[in-house]
Design a protein around this ligand. Structure first.
Ligand code: NAX
Ligand code: ADP
Length: 295
């Protein structure tokens, strides 16, 4: 049975901003994102994590992507990596990053724009004894997982954010099969991978192993543009980093993220139209929605 995500629920579950606090109070995110082919995905997901409230956001990527992102968002900290032959992060540098973050509790956001480097990068970052406080896996990180390119036992507090194409690969189904039983697919993903599953699309579903299936009613077809999912992944990671510091669960972070993302899109469509709105426009509306919720 599905339960609708409401504004009131989100108001209760959102991490607070306390007067007596500092950036360490809201957790850190490391985004492993972007490659020579997909540069903008890193910009959108890191801004999503910052605007979702994380105290610190690091970006691990190849130098041209780092330069793009820092010129847009200087708040982001840079972990510059060498470029592998496939245009992505060099796997040796991913391995060094895992060691560097081992004693710095951080949420890993992996996938947006990683392209062909995703398998090597995820193998290095998510190998045995992965140090992450939590993880958000999206896009190419999910395709590499589906292809068995790295171990399937994910860190505690993992959220995956597949669209129906990625969900089909993860479950060994076709897209029409996933769409014919979206609730069954979301629950199967959560149970198979022992994580919170966000099955995106019109009326996104959130499922945790053995938990409620949440249905999101916000959002519109203006989101059907490349980049919307990168923003959702970043926003989810930011909310997870801040929420884990305040005793919130990954399920709480996913529920808040999908509702806020869709509510920002509904507000954005009123001023920009579904046709002309861009994913990056959502950030302004997200600020208004969070402000109305007192955050
Ligand atoms: N500006 C950028 O740098 C962007 C980079 N991107 C990156 O591009 C790479 C490839 O991602 P893609 O998602 O395009 O590739 P995929 O091949 O995973 O997904 C595209 C296919 O998935 C299926 N699908 C997706 N949503 C669906 C829905 N709601 N209903 C039914 N079927 C659906 C469709 O078959 C569609 O053709 C990723 O690394 C991604 O992060 C994209 O996020 C777009 C923007
Ligand atoms: N018609 C729609 N109605 C509501 N939400 C949508 C619609 N189309 C796309 N979205 C949302 O937009 C995002 C698209 O993510 P994704 O397919 O991963 O795109 P990309 O990786 O290209 O940015 C998801 O959050 C999805 O739920």
């Amino acid at each position: 049975m599905q339960r609708e995500i409401t504004r009131e629920l989100v108001r209760r579950l959102l991490p607070g901003r306390m007067a007596e606090s500092n950036k360490g109070s809201y957790g850190s995110v490391l985004a492993a994102a972007g490659s020579m082919a997909y540069r903008g995905a890193a910009a959108l997901c890191t801004e999503g994590a910052l605007r979702g409230g994380a105290g610190l956001v690091y970006l691990a990527s190849v130098e041209p992507v780092i330069q793009l992102v820092l010129s847009r968002t200087p708040e982001c900290c840079a972990c510059g990596c060498r470029t592998a032959a496939n245009g992505g992060i060099h796997p040796q540098d991913a391995d060094a990053l895992r060691r560097w973050f081992a004693d710095r509790p951080t949420v890993l956001l992996a996938g947006p724009g990683l392209g062909e480097s995703a398998a090597d990068v995820c193998k290095a970052l998510l190998g045995r004894n992965a140090p992450w406080a939590g993880a958000v896996l999206d896009a190419d990180a999910l395709n590499a997982l589906a292809a068995g390119k790295y171990r399937g036992d994910l860190p505690a507090n993992t959220i995956m954010t597949p669209h129906p194409g990625e969900a089909a690969r993860l479950l060994g189904l076709t897209v029409p099969e996933v769409q014919a039983d979206r609730e069954g697919a979301a629950v199967s993903l959560a149970e198979k991978y022992h994580c919170v599953a966000v099955l995106k699309g019109h009326h996104t579903l959130v499922a945790a192993p053995g938990g409620t299936v949440w249905r999101n009613e916000t959002g519109n077809a203006g989101l059907a543009k490349g980049g919307s999912g990168d923003i959702l992944a970043g926003l989810t990671a930011g909310l997870l980093a801040a929420g884990l510091k305040q005793g919130r669960t990954p399920e709480n972070a996913a529920v808040c993220a999908v509702w806020l993302h869709g509510a920002a899109a509904d507000r954005c469509a009123k001023r920009r139209s579904m046709t002309a709105m861009l994913p990056g426009d959502l950030f302004e509306d997200l600020g208004w929605i969070l402000g109305e919720l007192g955050r």
